[in-house]
Design a binder for this molecule. Structure first.
Ligand code: ATP
Length: 563
């Protein structure tokens, strides 16, 4: 098909120069809108270049060119030595500026070559990106790649070279955010209207080239852009809250409360039974996680869906959770995958479903959760829904928090049951609650025998701080339930020999067991002898290495310094 307008690359680089000369977002939007509305059939390519990358972000492609390689490329394109280019680069502090100067010094060749068009630039950059993508499985012909890029650069005039060079190393830096591109499209095609619809289309497609094409066609086309299988979308992110109460205020009551695992966020697409695993940065890591693929194959009863999950690593010896830091090894590894899979086994913990035969991210979370539950058959060792509870009771939330922390997880997530799924947004539809306060080391000063199944265990623990003034321990709170069975047992064993007095189920113990305690805040309180109460205290670990608890004075200081 013949194109009606050919936009020359110089038009784009002129606009880029203009964009660089202003800090004002409104001004940037106007410059871009003007460029977009005059781009005709080349709009998609022009928009992509404005994002700084010649391909849509969901493709997660890369030209794979380092600054050092770009020096070589500029040298090939300009005939100047690599030393000279490096010198100018250091002087200017920017390789784009260096490319501009070098190309400036070379005139002969360019006069003979044709003008660069946008179409041609994008096509050639994409060709190089494809070579790079192939290189994951076989070695890339670096020489071919460099000569292709050098050829492109040698057809550029100085200003064009500046921006081409920056695009090549993925460092365009025009100060143009996604929101600016969205607003410019709205201004260019809808007189500044319909920004929400454009944003939605971008959230679902992660592709400004597709969105811009739709903008040219009209609002209906924009609205018809939907989530697609095998095209990862940005994950919905969480806001941070400091207290359970704040969490409820943000997400409403009742809320869904989940454990927050310290794993890796993974979006799993099942397309006609074919499974792909994407990281939060939209990288395809399917090859690195064959065990995730088989867990999904076995435990997910749908051939077309998108799951939002946390992949959690565990120690094969004792089954305990391992932190993300260790698990992340598996993301980078491209070889010996089988071996690593045994060293760092994982379980998949789904917590949301955004596609089930059709996009469902606009359904309320409670419905998506029900849909998810329907297609998951849980397995003890592999794939399991996240630990969760629907509740409006802060005590229950606190108990979950304690349990989550004592099992080595990061804390809890609280989620709005009525909310839709907003890709890429840190909206308050889900919030995370992790311990934030400085911990205190406190002594266990008393306890209570539990009831029922655990009647021979000491459950509820009274904790105290040291009052230097009179050399006694003062109570500051009761620690919640929600410890693991092993922890209860260990505590009982430690405390039994220390019991000094017994009154019904309550015992007093010598203050010799020191525990590290997390809490939400310190309050003044007449209930405890210290005059303070810890809000939602929970045990982090035993401080075997310590004999003394923190002092009442320290607690008074902390209390006074709380906002
Ligand atoms: P953090 O450092 O706290 O993980 P973050 O910026 O990486 O923060 P946030 O969106 O702020 O990510 O926190 C939510 C993250 O917690 C998710 O991206 C996900 O990887 C992880 N997570 C663990 N368990 C859950 C769960 N049950 N529901 C949702 N997210 C979970």
């Amino acid at each position: 098909m013949n194109k009606i307008i050919y936009v020359e690359f110089s038009e784009v680089s002129d606009s880029f120069e203009e964009l660089e000369s202003t800090q004002k977002t409104l001004e940037k939007t106007r410059i871009l809108a003007e460029l977009f509305s005059g781009s005709g059939e080349d709009l998609q390519e022009v928009v992509l270049l404005s994002t700084g990358q010649p391909f849509p972000s969901w493709k997660n492609m890369d030209l794979g060119v380092s600054s050092k390689t770009l020096v070589k490329i500029i040298s090939r394109a300009s005939g100047r030595s690599e030393d000279e280019i490096t010198r100018v680069w250091k002087n200017e502090g920017d390789l784009g500026d260096a490319a501009e100067q070098m190309v400036d010094n070379k005139t002969q060749q360019r006069l003979m070559s044709k003008e660069l068009t946008v179409e041609n630039v994008v096509e050639r950059l994409q060709k190089v990106a494809k070579m790079e993508a192939k290189g994951l499985s076989q070695s890339v012909d670096q020489d071919k790649k460099q000569s292709e890029l050098a050829d492109l650069l040698s057809s550029a005039d100085p200003v064009e070279a500046r921006y081409l060079a920056r695009i090549i190393i993925n460092n365009l830096r025009l100060g143009v955010a996604e929101g600016t591109i969205r607003d410019a499209l709205s201004e260019a095609f809808f007189d500044g209207e319909n920004t929400q619809e454009i944003q939605r289309a971008y959230d679902f497609s992660n592709d400004f080239s597709e969105v811009s094409k739709a903008c040219r066609q009209g609002l209906d086309a924009v609205k018809s852009i939907e989530l697609q299988l095998n095209r990862p979308v940005n994950s919905m992110l969480a806001k941070k809250v400091n207290t359970i109460e704040e969490g409820f205020e943000e997400v409403g009551r009742p809320a869904s409360v989940d454990y927050k695992y310290d794993g890796m966020r993974a979006q799993i697409h099942v397309n006609d039974g074919d499974i792909k695993v994407f990281t939060r940065r939209l990288e395809d890591v399917t090859k690195q996680f064959p065990d995730v693929v088989s867990q999904v194959e076995e435990n997910i009863d749908s051939d077309n869906c998108i799951l939002d999950t946390e992949i959690v690593g565990y120690d094969p010896e004792d089954g305990s959770m391992i932190p993300f830091q260790k698990l992340s090894k598996r993301i980078k590894r491209k070889y010996e995958i089988q071996k690593l899979k045994e060293q760092i086994p994982v379980t998949v913990r789904p917590f949301d479903l955004i596609y089930l035969e059709t996009p469902i991210l606009e359904r309320p979370y409670s419905e998506r959760w029900d849909n998810l539950r329907d297609i998951v058959s849980e397995s003890e060792d592999d794939l399991k829904l996240v630990d969760h509870k629907k509740t409006e009771n802060p005590e229950q939330v606190q108990e979950m928090q304690q349990r989550s922390l004592s099992q080595g997880h990061e804390g809890i997530m609280m989620k709005n049951l009525d909310a839709e799924y907003k890709p890429g947004n840190r909206v308050g539809y889900m919030v995370k609650l992790k311990p934030v306060m400085e911990t205190l080391d406190l002594a266990i000063v008393g306890a209570k025998w539990s009831e029922g199944r655990r009647s021979d265990w000491l459950g509820r623990l009274f904790i105290g701080c040291y009052d230097e003034e009179n050399g006694t321990y003062q109570e500051i709170g009761k620690m919640a339930t929600g410890l693991t069975d092993e922890q209860f047992q260990e505590i009982t064993e430690k405390l039994k020999p220390l019991i000094t007095e017994e009154d019904g189920r309550k015992v007093e113990v010598r203050p010799e067991v020191i525990v590290e305690v997390e809490y939400e805040e310190i309050q003044e309180s007449p209930t405890y002898s210290s005059g303070y109460a810890l809000r939602f205290p929970r045990m982090k670990r035993f401080r075997e290495d310590k004999e003394e608890a923190d002092t009442l004075e320290r607690i008074t200081d902390l209390y006074n310094n709380q906002k």
